[in-house]
Design a protein around this ligand. Structure first.
Ligand SMILES: [Zn+2]
Length: 253
């Protein structure tokens, strides 16, 4: 069955965040433990990983994932690329470089952070290998058709994507006008909502709810969540059809 697995639903620092104290009741709720943002799109013939969070290895072990066909990196911020080193396991399994779709600026970030993913390897060394590819408007992954379109994240472009009637909009502060046409008739939307206060690079909760209303998906899950949000307390305040994402959430495609 085709489905989306939310691997991580947390903001860039993860939740709980280092350096803060939390109420025991907050820590006792498993859905308040959020790893960095990433999803896995599971198709009939393979899996597309969207972003490589610092916890990527643990996320994929948790979900019992032993192979990934290709990777889409939405942008080059640390919380979206720092897990890429662990793609080495999949390169070893297939004997091929991992196809990684990314915008040109993100490709530069990846080359800067992981130069050894492109260097000629010495025999016996287990290194990741990345096959960087430009982001097509439409491509096939895992037997599914993926549509991409740009979003704005502060000042940088970020890849938004749609598969069937599902769309994923992480790290967004503005949806460019031409991208709106890809957001009609959605069954499920996963949308950035980082915190209560406005943020220069992200939708905050009030803005995310406005945008969710404009898009009008049957169900909207908010993601990239900070510790502002206690899962159950926050969900009880949300409008019908809007929920908080959590690590391990599964959405049928
Ligand atoms: Zn970001």
């Amino acid at each position: 069955m085709a489905e989306v697995v939310v691997l991580g639903s947390g903001t860039s620092s993860g939740v709980p965040t280092l350096g803060f104290d939390y109420e025991a009741t907050f820590l006792a709720e498993p859905k308040n433990w959020r790893t960095r943002p990433s999803i896995l799109i599971v198709g009939p013939t393979g899996r597309l990983l969207v972003d490589c969070a610092p916890e990527m290895r643990l996320q994929l072990l948790r979900e019992r994932v032993t192979d990934v066909e290709s990777v889409l990196v939405t942008h080059g911020h640390a919380d979206h690329i720092m897990g890429m080193d662990d793609l080495r396991g999949f390169c070893l399994r297939t004997g091929r470089p991992m196809p990684v779709y990314a915008y040109p600026d993100t490709q530069e970030d990846i080359r800067r952070v992981f130069p050894y993913g492109f260097a000629a390897g010495r025999p016996g060394l287990l290194l990741p290998r990345f096959d960087l590819r430009d982001v097509p408007e439409i491509f096939e992954a895992g037997g599914l058709t993926v549509r991409t379109f740009p979003l704005i994240h502060g000042t940088m472009p970020v890849v938004g994507l749609r598969v069937g009637d599902f769309a994923y909009l992480t790290d967004v502060s503005e949806i460019p006008e031409p991208s709106w046409k890809h957001l009609g008739g959605l069954d499920t939307l996963v949308l950035d909502a980082v915190r209560y206060r406005p943020h220069p690079n992200h939708f905050h909760l009030a803005r995310a709810l406005e945008v969710a209303g404009l898009i009008g998906a049957r169900a909207t899950y908010l993601t990239h969540l900070s510790h502002d949000f206690d899962h159950h307390a926050t969900e009880s305040t949300l409008p019908d059809g809007v929920r908080l994402a959590y690590d391990g959430l599964r959405i049928p495609l």
